[in-house]
Design a protein around this ligand. Structure first.
Ligand code: HEM
Length: 396
């Protein structure tokens, strides 16, 4: 433990697809005090075992308000009133918001959505084929597919796609001000309120939003709107960034891509290994606060101190042999890419299904797919809470 070392975040990447240099050094120390971009001092943990403990031990709370560490430098957005935001709540209050959503996203239900996801993916691949090479996979596949799927799951009309994408960018933008965030949330909330009214009037229960509105739950309108906004925003930006990063990572490891091309039926375990290897959600990690003194590995965290569980823990050498390497022949790789504990991603089954279908279909349709420009020349989104390529130009 080195409590005298205080590093500023973010830890910059030297390679766009790899864990930043310096992460090993933090793991060797146990944890390091860092200063988040909004000036709040926090313990950053990168060891796999420590990260799982921080995310599952009840002595750490997920509750956050305006004094929490944030990757944004502007006025705190966490402090904004967010009645239906499950990610900043603990215990019964968290479960009340999470349970109806997690019921709708269990594996069995997602499996029933697979044919429809396949249809959406195929339509986008048709359009890519028709337009001809070169094509940019970000606007033509990675972004629209998850965005349409989450909208259909919620039961929100397709006509609002452009609005979702624009408002999600404002809500996840690291340089968005509180005013811009609130404006985007209000705009999206206004549209969703009309959708909610219609579902209530028609007694719809066949989609997630209808179920939340007309099912046996006691959500008030504001909570409902925030729940829906949270799902729309969390539900497409992350999956879309991961898909872009997956494709680039495969191009960057041609021998691994050959393994996938040789046996596309292994796509499920390939997606897990790619999930483990790909870090998109802020180098700052998942933030919690100690409610009392707690020993985590080698470090004594004092009650009231903030901690960040870094997802770079997925490359902790203690996790598996050569954890820093992408190895698609691994059968099952544990990872914390979807978090861990009570807040573990409620949309993970959906994200997996989308990524598996997109990846398998992409390389089935275009077996000779390759990058049209050098990786080093591609633009990346470093101004968002989730990281990913702004463009993935391909030829075939
Ligand atoms: C590759 C795609 C995705 C990744 C990597 C991802 C990652 C994560 C992570 C790491 C967390 C935990 C946050 C924490 O503990 O503080 C989380 C939570 C969450 N995710 Fe995802 N996610 C993805 C896709 C989705 C999708 C498709 C949805 C919606 C259907 C979704 C909705 C949520 C929600 C609502 C939470 C909060 C859960 C809670 O607080 O109980 N995510 N996600």
């Amino acid at each position: 433990m080195t409590d005298s070392v205080v590093s500023p975040l973010p830890i910059d990447r030297t390679h766009p697809l790899q864990v930043p240099d310096g992460t090993d050094a933090i793991a060797a120390e146990g944890a390091r005090k860092v200063v988040f971009p909004n000036g709040v001092e926090t313990w950053l943990f990168t060891r796999y075992a420590d990260v799982r403990m921080l995310l599952s031990d009840r002595r750490f709370t997920a509750y956050k308000n305006g004094d929490a560490p944030e990757m944004r430098t502007e006025e705190s957005i966490i402090g904004a009133e967010q009645p239906g935001n499950m990610i900043i709540r603990d215990g019964a209050e968290h479960l009340r918001l999470r349970r109806p959503v997690s019921r709708a996203l269990v594996v069995k239900r997602i499996d029933r959505m697979r044919p429809r996801i396949q249809e959406i993916v195929d339509t986008h691949l048709d359009a890519i084929e028709r337009a001809g090479a070169p094509a940019d996979l970000v606007p033509m596949l990675c972004l629209p597919v998850p965005s349409l799927v989450i909208a259909e799951l919620l039961g929100v009309p397709h006509e609002h796609q452009a609005l979702f994408q624009r408002t999600a960018q404002a809500m996840l933008g690291l340089r968005s001000t509180l005013a811009e965030y609130e404006e985007a949330a209000a705009e999206l909330g206004g549209v969703l309120e009309k959708v909610v009214d219609r579902k209530r009037a028609e007694g719809v229960t066949g989609d997630l939003l209808g179920l939340l509105v007309n099912g046996d739950y006691d959500f008030d309108l504001e909570e409902l709107l925030f729940l829906a906004i949270g799902l729309l925003v969390a539900g497409h930006e992350t999956t879309s960034n991961f898909m872009g990063l997956f494709v680039l990572t495969l191009f960057d490891h041609p021998e691994q891509l050959d393994l996938l091309r040789a046996d596309l039926s292994r796509v499920d375990s390939v997606v897990e290994e790619l999930m483990r290897h790909t870090v998109s959600i802020g180098g700052g990690g998942l933030v919690r606060r100690a409610t009392e003194d707690v020993r985590v590995g080698d470090v004594l965290v004092r009650g009231g101190e903030w901690v960040a569980a870094s997802l770079y823990a997925n490359s902790d050498p203690a996790l598996c042999p050569h954890a820093d390497r992408l190895d698609l022949s691994r059968e099952s790789t544990p990872h914390v890419a979807f978090g861990f504990g009570p807040h573990q991603c409620v949309g993970q089954n959906l994200a997996r299904a989308e990524l598996q279908i997109m990846l398998r279909s992409l390389f089935t349709r275009f077996p000779g797919l390759r990058l049209a420009e050098p990786l080093a020349d591609l633009p990346f989104r470093t101004d968002m809470l989730t990281y990913g390529p702004a463009s993935v130009p391909v030829v075939w």
